[in-house]
Design a protein around this ligand. Structure first.
Ligand SMILES: *Cc1c(COP(=O)(O)O)cnc(C)c1O
Length: 423
């Protein structure tokens, strides 16, 4: 018997053999993993694999966990007495060894291992930036085939580690298309290659993988935080934090209150923040206005179809746990990145700067309103990515050299490319 089942949040139906599925009669509800063990365990193996609450059995490759520590410099500077940092990046001096420098690595590691155990032959991943880099790296580390499809306009900001064998991780760039063209091309490639399309937020392995940040944080803190801060794009990471916190509540030894969720986006493109400020479950067309994306510094957060209104999504998480949505300007992002680096001694990716800036806002507002953030229990700041500059001192990186294809490619052109790519 497996150590977990997959359950529909809405109707409670238990699904067997459901890989990346929705419940068949509650089409708009996320499935969640139900682990048979109610008790948290964090001593099963090495790195991120030591946790019992992961949908994998016997991983055959290494995956480091994040480094969780109590902040001194940044905490004192912004006035939070008990601040913990979950550092998901590269900072070997602190024990953080994520070689692609973001928490997307946890997603990639768990999704790949779970897909392997489900008998999948490989995965097709349509993404840009951090997700693509994480899957390329973990495909190389695990030997599990993955095809990465990216819009060519994202190539300039992408890098791979030199030591990852690029031949084993084919990256296909859509020469004449944008992000949505690359997603539809990836779907076609997935059909032609006979490899499933990475399932996004509805894949329980993705959310439970991202939940490693909460697992390691509670493991290190010995209790649930009172407040949790994170930058959100698709919403998967925040939903994951909530789902893991629910498991800790059921265990009973780590506290009896869900951490309040403080979720941040980069203005002016902040669809979930804008909808939640209206207390609306629906995103309006103005919320997802594509033309605003160019004005933000954090493309990784600019998701137009986040898991927000779906049952069990970000809206429900906020309603269940309490908390708030924050909008952060570019200037606030840069200021927070600088302050964090000055006080803690490590560089952040801009998305992590968004979360740090939200915490600064929350503390200021709390001071004005005599509110509570920082005064009523430990605060956890999820630094979802950092140490890229630090990594480049230790390791060689290279530009991605993709195989180019047109968005209008015929099936035989795709077949030819895939034969060439997957050798
Ligand atoms: C993807 C990403 C996020 C947002 O996570 P979601 O699960 O998409 O909401 C935050 N920070 C970094 C560094 C990311 O790469």
């Amino acid at each position: 018997m497996s150590h977990f089942a997959i359950v529909c949040r809405k109707c409670g139906k238990v699904l067997e053999n459901a890989y990346c599925a929705f419940c068949e009669h509650c089409a708009n509800a996320l499935l969640v993993t139900q682990y048979r063990e109610k008790e948290f365990s964090g001593g099963r193996g090495e790195g991120a694999w030591k946790f019992g609450w992961l949908p994998v059995h016997s991983p055959g490759f290494e995956q480091p966990a994040p480094a969780v520590y109590r902040s001194e410099g940044f905490a004192r500077k912004i006035g939070v007495p008990e601040l913990y940092i979950c550092f998901c990046g590269y900072w070997p001096e602190k024990g953080a060894h994520l070689q692609t420098c973001t928490f997307k690595e946890f997603e990639a590691a768990v999704v790949i291992q779970n897909a392997k155990e489900n008998g999948m032959p490989g995965l097709v991943v349509a993404s840009a930036g951090n997700t693509a880099r994480a899957f390329a790296h973990l495909s190389s580390v695990s030997g599990f085939p993955a095809i990465i499809v990216v819009p060519s306009m994202c190539l300039p900001e992408m890098w791979y580690l030199d030591e990852d064998t690029s031949g084993a991780v084919p990256t296909i760039a859509v020469s004449d298309g944008d992000y949505s063209d690359s997603i539809s091309l990836a779907r076609n490639i997935s059909l032609v290659a006979g490899m499933p399309f990475e399932g996004g937020v509805k894949n329980i392995a993705k959310r439970d993988g991202l939940g490693i940040a909460m697992l390691e944080s509670v493991n290190a803190m010995g209790m649930l935080p009172r407040h949790y801060f994170q930058a959100v794009g698709s919403g998967a990471g925040a939903i994951a934090a909530w789902e893991m916190a629910e498991r800790f509540l059921k265990d009973g030894r780590f506290g009896d209150t869900l951490p309040a969720l403080h979720l941040a986006q980069n203005l002016p493109f902040a669809p979930m923040a804008k909808a939640y400020w209206r207390k609306s479950r629906e995103l309006s067309p103005a919320d997802t206005d594509f033309s605003l994306i160019g004005e933000t510094t954090t493309r990784v957060l600019s998701n137009r179809y986040p898991a927000y209104g779906v049952m069990g999504g970000v809206f429900d998480a906020l309603e269940a746990a309490g908390g708030a949505m924050y909008g952060v300007t570019n200037d606030e992002v840069y200021a927070a990145m600088d302050l964090f680096e000055e006080t803690e001694g490590i560089d952040l990716v801009p998305a992590a700067g968004v979360a740090a800036a939200a915490l600064i806002q929350a503390v200021k507002n709390a001071a004005v309103k005599k509110g509570k953030v920082g005064q009523d229990g430990p605060v956890l700041l999820n630094i979802t990515g950092g140490g890229e500059r630090r990594l480049k001192r230790d390791m060689a990186v290279k530009r991605v050299s993709p195989l180019l294809i047109s968005k209008n490619a015929s099936e035989s052109e795709m077949e030819k490319l895939i034969r060439h790519a997957v050798r």
